[in-house]
Design a protein around this ligand. Structure first.
Ligand SMILES: *Cc1c(COP(=O)(O)O)cnc(C)c1O
Length: 348
């Protein structure tokens, strides 16, 4: 009954469909990565002691000293491990919906029941509906993407706090887009005993590395570690990440450029006829094309022009005619806008 996670072929066009960072790493960083990879022992299994990597990650990403830390082959793997550790068949996993599809997929892999609580028509969190669903379904795990993918909204602190307080089990605060939001729960982890913070380096320029991390009370982390596959983090990923983190300001500068680009892009999109742009704290914007041509037609017309964005038209009724557009380089954003101007004005 499942469908495999879809990854469309990239081709040679402009790729704005997967929230990748459009910038390649500078040559000096790539040289350091190459040297680090050359020194790895590929004949050996990855070492059990990841202390040096953990120290670098804590330092680079501001993880509190008291928090436990678990690494994953992308944060997708950690999402799956959390469900595996927390749920018996038939238990409930709950999230506002639409949100990140892997929350639903991971629940189903482990025979848990997924409950998606609809967002409001404006794609905001429906807190009363969330609290009601939590009290009705008693979920073992609640996933909150902060900000939310694919809608872009960042749920208010007070609402998140109310959900954490009401949840009978674990609440996962998925901060995949944290560097673009300028907001985090990480320093407050100690005050939220039933919450953990999930992050990834995928959206800040390292999607190919496959590295995610989970921070939380050491008691939680020790349980998740029991279901972690041995050697889930390969030596090349570890070595490359440590080399890149020695140049952390490069990642920060790229994120700052994308944040600025997002605001420029959102304003330009909103100025197009028949386009509604939803507020975004990520490195993407969700836009609704409700005029003529509609969302499906715009998606297809962009594809014809070799510009790839993500079409959510058929994914959920709340996302009718919505396309999710990752922020690219200024030149890519401009190419997208020119194409859209052309597409939206050419049909009578
Ligand atoms: C992209 C994304 C992830 C997945 O990150 P990986 O580390 O690449 O597996 C997790 N959560 C959300 C909300 C995302 O949008």
């Amino acid at each position: 009954a499942l469908t495999a996670y879809p990854v469309p072929p990239a081709g040679d066009g402009i790729k704005l469909d997967a929230m990748e960072c459009p910038y390649a790493l500078p040559d000096a960083v790539r040289d350091d990565v190459a040297r680090a990879l050359g020194e790895t022992a590929l004949n050996r299994y990855p070492p059990g002691d990841t202390g040096a990597l953990a120290a670098d990650v804590r330092q680079a990403f501001g993880i509190p000293a008291q928090a436990g830390l678990l690494f994953g082959n992308g944060s997708d793997e950690l999402i799956h491990l959390i469900v595996q550790a927390c749920c018996m068949p038939g238990d409930t996993v709950l999230a506002p919906w639409p949100s990140f599809v892997y929350f639903d997929m991971a629940a189903r892999f482990d025979h848990a029941r997924f409950v998606g609580v609809p967002l409001t028509p404006d794609l905001e969190l429906d807190l009363p509906a969330m609290l009601q669903a939590i009290s009705l379904h008693r979920p073992k795990v609640v996933f909150l993407a902060l900000p939310n993918n694919p809608t872009g909204g960042l749920w208010p602190d007070a609402a998140v706090q109310a959900i954490v307080a009401a949840a009978p089990g674990l609440v996962v605060l998925d901060e995949a887009y944290q560097p673009f939001a300028g907001h985090t729960w990480m320093p407050r982890l100690g005050t939220l005993p039933n919450a953990v913070v999930l992050r990834t380096v995928s959206k800040i320029g390292l999607a190919g590395l496959r590295f995610g991390y989970l921070a939380g009370h050491p008691g939680w982390i020790a349980q998740f570690d029991k279901v972690r596959p041995p050697y889930n983090l390969n030596v090349l990923t570890q070595a490359a990440l440590r080399a890149v983190l020695r140049h952390k300001p490069v990642l920060d500068e790229q994120a700052a450029a994308l944040r600025a680009g997002r605001d420029t892009l959102a304003a330009a999109l909103a100025a197009l006829p028949g386009v509604r742009v939803f507020p975004s704290a990520g490195n993407f914007v969700l836009a609704r094309f409700s005029g003529k041509p509609d969302g499906n037609a715009v998606h297809l017309a962009l594809k014809t022009r070799k510009i790839l964005v993500k079409n959510f038209s058929g994914a959920h009724p709340l996302l009718a005619d919505c396309l999710r557009i990752s922020v690219g380089t200024p030149a890519e954003n401009q190419a997208l806008l020119s194409a859209l101007q052309d597409i939206l004005s050419s049909t009578i």
